[in-house]
Design a protein around this ligand. Structure first.
Ligand code: SAM
Length: 243
């Protein structure tokens, strides 16, 4: 009947594609919220408060995905500032861009496809480089760190939010149980994707602990490298400066 005809019309095909992206975005954000029990929002808030950016700050958010860090950055400054969101996955960028229009964040944001290991930007262009839950996924962490150093202005700051090593024994046990028993199940139920979420857990285990990662950042040339554990080290924020 009429419904079938509607579904076949070209206009509906276009909105069909739109809805596919919508559902990817929804899934990504819903997964983030459900797996971290919403706590990833607080960690991202903390990251931007710690950055304490001033008006005029030029931010590059690498592996920026659907824009969570960039939106918080714009919110925090409440004045004209620029942020570039760079991600290797064009679909994540599309979803983020769409979200930015919906939430009214479009001004001052640009979305650029690119690899953290080979950033498509000139040297010494940005005041702050952020990477949240992204560096764990790049193939050569050292290369990504060198690229971060290259694109920062002298005096610029590197900030990384990433899963790290839990330092409380009781919480560590609970976290292990949760990671290996609950997360893949949630991945299967919500996204129909057990394997990806098992990979997620394994990639968290493989990532270097706080001190080791700190040394890697220093080896890339950064100074005054520090880190803060959040939620007993479930995540850590590493910071360093280019002199
Ligand atoms: N930063 C966002 C957040 O905190 O919600 C997204 C994090 S998401 C877990 C990881 C992102 O890293 C994905 O969007 C993925 O496409 C991106 N990514 C993976 N490898 C990358 C690379 N080599 N260069 C740039 N982005 C990469």
């Amino acid at each position: 009947g009429g419904r079938g005809k509607e579904l076949m019309s070209p206009q509906c095909s276009v909105s069909g594609v739109y809805h596919v992206f919508e559902s990817v975005a929804k899934k990504y954000d819903v997964m983030n919220d459900s797996m971290s029990l919403g706590i990833h929002r607080l960690w991202k808030d903390w990251l931007v408060r710690h950055m304490n950016p001033t008006p005029g700050t030029q931010l590059l958010d690498v592996a920026g995905g659907t824009g969570d860090v960039a939106f918080r950055f714009i919110n925090y400054i409440q004045a004209r500032s620029k942020a570039v969101i760079c991600d290797i996955n064009k679909e994540m960028l599309k979803v983020g861009k769409e979200k930015s229009l919906r939430l009214g964040y479009s001004e001052g944001l640009s979305w650029v496809a690119g690899d953290a290991e080979e950033l498509p930007f000139a040297d010494e262009k940005f005041d702050v480089y952020t990477i949240a839950f992204g560096i764990r996924n790049v193939t050569h962490i050292e290369t990504a760190l060198e690229e971060a150093y290259r694109v920062l202005k002298p005096g610029g700051r590197f900030l990384c939010l990433e899963f790290s090593k839990v330092n409380n024994p009781l919480l560590a046990r609970l976290y292990d149980l949760y990671s290996f028993q609950v997360i893949p199940v949630l991945g299967e139920i919500i996204a129909g994707d057990w394997k990806s979420y098992q990979y997620l857990v394994e990639s968290i285990r493989r990532f270097p602990p706080q001190e080791e990662f700190k040394e890697m950042i220093e080896d890339a040339g950064f100074f005054k490298v520090t880190y803060h554990n959040l939620t007993s080290g479930v995540v850590a924020v590493h910071s360093g400066f280019k002199l």
